[in-house]
Structure formats: C-alpha cells, structure tokens
Design a protein around this ligand. Structure first.
Ligand SMILES: *Cc1c(COP(=O)(O)O)cnc(C)c1O
Length: 354
C-alpha cells in the first residue's frame, strides 16, 4: 500500500474511527540516519542515530501532531483553529488548515520567530497576529480565546497532538528493530518528550521482549530551562527560538517521562547548541535548526562527561526536530563567510589553495 501519512499507518494506535475525515500531507516516515562521524569524533562506544524530523512536509515534527489535531477538529465540526507558536506549530497549523479549508489564526511573539517559519504561515493563508509579549503570554491568550469562542486550540495541550507525535517513537523502533537505550531530545513546551515516551510505552506493551523502554534524555536551553531550575522563567532567552519557553504546558508529564524512564532533563548553553548545530551540518551533512541541535548537544555533553563509560555499547537516538532552512540567518551568522574573488582562474586557485 502506498504511504499515506501517520494516521493511515498507525490507525490502530490512534483515537480515530472510520468516520474521522483524514487531513494528511503524508507526514512521518522520516529517515533514521546513523551518525558515524559524530560517533567517531567523540570516541563513542556505541551507535548514534539521528531521527531527521526536518523531512516532514512543513519541515518539523509538528506535522505528526497536526494531522491528528486538524482531522479531529474537522470531525467535531470546527471551522477555525488557533495556536500560539514559536514558529513551527503555526507553519504546520497553517498548512493543514489550508488543506482542510478552514480558518487558521496564529499568535506569535513579536520579532522572535524565524523568517522561514513566518513565511510558511503567511503563504498558507493563516491570520498571523504578532503580540507584544512572549510565547507563554501568547499561549494564555490562545487558551482563553478557544475556551470562550468557537475556535479549536491546536497547541500541544490538545491531546490529539501528542497522540500523533508519539508515532515517531514507533518509527524509531521499527527502523532499529528494537528500542534504543537512550532517547535524546530538545524540550520546549515539553509535549514531544511526553509523546515519545507514550510511543515507546505503547510498543513495549505490545511486544515487551522486543521493545524495551529507553531512558528519556531531555534538554532545555540554559536561558530558558524552567524544568531544570524548578520554576517558570519570566523572560526566557536562547538562540534556539523553538524552545524559548518559560512555562511549559506539559511540564508535569515531561517530569513523569523523565522519572518513569530513569532519564534526565538537563540544560545546555547556547554555545553548546550552536557547536552541535555546526557539527551535525559539517560532519553528517544534515541541516537542522538550532533548537533541534539541543538533542545532539546533550549527547555530546554527556559523552564528554563519560556518562556512558561503564555501560557497554549502547544505542542512542537524537531527534532533529526541524529543518535548518527555517532559520537561515542563524546558519549564515555562525559559519565561515563567503569570499569575494575576481573573474579569474588564478585568483580562485590561490584562494582555495589547489
Ligand atoms: C516545537 C519544537 C521543539 C520543542 O518541542 P516541545 O514539544 O515544545 O518540547 C523543539 N524543536 C523544534 C524544531 C520545534 O519546532
């Protein structure tokens, strides 16, 4: 059967029926790529894989949740959806709402979302409202509006989002033909770590021998690490705008995922995030967005701290949550500059050192 997206593929694990109208852009089925160069660079005794969620239709894992949220919104008769967004949720909501022919309203923190993400929301025809506040304030407004007016909230507190997003863990299990030992991921609003944990638990329940439970390793940016600090952060800051969130909606379930799996939620600095971002691009040929690199930054940090030293060879998966082309400015300001040369072979040869 041709691939038709995560709902068709994983129907039996999802809260849909034959009556649910399916709105899909054929999301999911993303590659799991072994990162041998990173492994070698770190002298890592084991296997590291990158789950490249940037290969989803709108360039981030948000599409897995959005196909569920929009399909269920249509099933319930909704004519409009709303979300607060650091960028990727709005890009995804706008695309799926366009496909479903319903209205989409997005609230974004003014000046804090990358140009690529903004371009997606506007070209798909969403009503984009920039508020003079941060993400957390935008989310409070979106919640309030959806509770008082006929408009469906499609942020990750919409339970169908988590249901869709858990399918990424299924795919990891199928690709490896077993579960990984460690699952590294960025943590922003914390829905995705909850979703992966749910997905791993589903497969573990179905086939406990084959699919064991990995440890969930979540990473927040140091300037916006409320779960690590133990309190909300009023003015979160980080270069990784997709995880620039001071009061995560799924805080509690993220802590449950951490504790049940004997994992950790830790923080990494912007420098560590940008280092990982460059290493992934320059050594593995994969361009992810800065927030995505938080997973690899966490893995690099833990490897350097000898965290895996006495455990024997392990399998590690790092999720790369979004595509690097969403935020080209961060790439250009953090890589070597292009050089100017005259129209002249000798000049070019001397510059490139042939
Ligand atoms: C949304 C997002 C995150 C954070 O996911 P949460 O579920 O909010 O923790 C990380 N990276 C990217 C690229 C995202 O779009």
């Amino acid at each position: 059967m041709p691939y038709k997206g995560i709902i068709e593929k994983y129907r039996k694990y999802l809260p849909v029926s034959d009556e649910t109208p399916i709105i899909s852009l054929h999301e999911g089925n993303t590659p799991l790529i072994q990162a041998k160069n990173i492994s070698k660079k770190l002298n890592f005794n084991g296997e590291v894989y990158l789950k490249f969620e940037g290969m989803n239709p709108t360039g981030s894992f948000k599409d897995r949740g959005m196909t569920m949220a929009i399909s269920k919104a249509i099933e319930s008769g909704s004519k409009a959806v709303i979300c607060a967004s650091t960028g990727n949720t709005s890009a995804s909501a706008a695309a799926y709402a366009a496909k479903a022919k319903i209205k989409c309203v997005v609230l974004i923190p003014e000046g804090k979302i990358s140009f690529g993400k903004l371009s997606q929301a506007v070209i798909h025809g969403a009503e984009v409202l920039e508020i003079d506040g941060n993400f957390d304030e935008a989310l409070d407004l979106a919640k309030d509006l959806s509770s008082r007016y006929p408009i469906t909230l499609v942020n990750s507190i919409n339970p169908f989002r988590i249901e869709g997003q858990k399918t990424a863990a299924y795919e990891v299990c199928e690709s490896l033909e077993e579960s990984p030992d460690y699952q590294f991921m960025p943590v922003g609003n914390a829905g995705n770590i909850a979703a992966y944990w749910k997905g791993y638990k589903d497969y573990n329940k179905a086939e406990p021998e084959k699919y064991t439970l990995p440890k969930m390793m979540g990473f927040q940016a140091a300037g916006s690490a409320p779960i690590v600090e133990g309190h909300p952060i009023a003015n979160p800051e980080t270069v990784a705008t997709a995880i620039r969130i001071g009061n995560p909606a799924s805080w509690k379930i993220a802590e449950e995922a951490r504790d049940e799996s004997c994992g950790v939620i830790d923080k990494i600095t912007d420098e560590e995030i940008l280092e990982a971002y460059r290493i992934v691009a320059a050594t593995e040929g994969i361009f992810c967005e800065p927030a995505s690199a938080a997973s690899v930054a966490g893995f690099i940090k833990y490897t350097r701290q000898n965290y895996f030293k006495d455990i024997g060879p392990v399998k590690v998966v790092c999720v790369l949550t979004g595509h690097g082309l969403k935020d080209p400015n961060t790439a250009v300001t953090n890589a070597a500059k292009s050089k100017k040369v005259r129209v002249n072979i000798e000049d070019i040869v001397s510059v490139i050192g042939l």
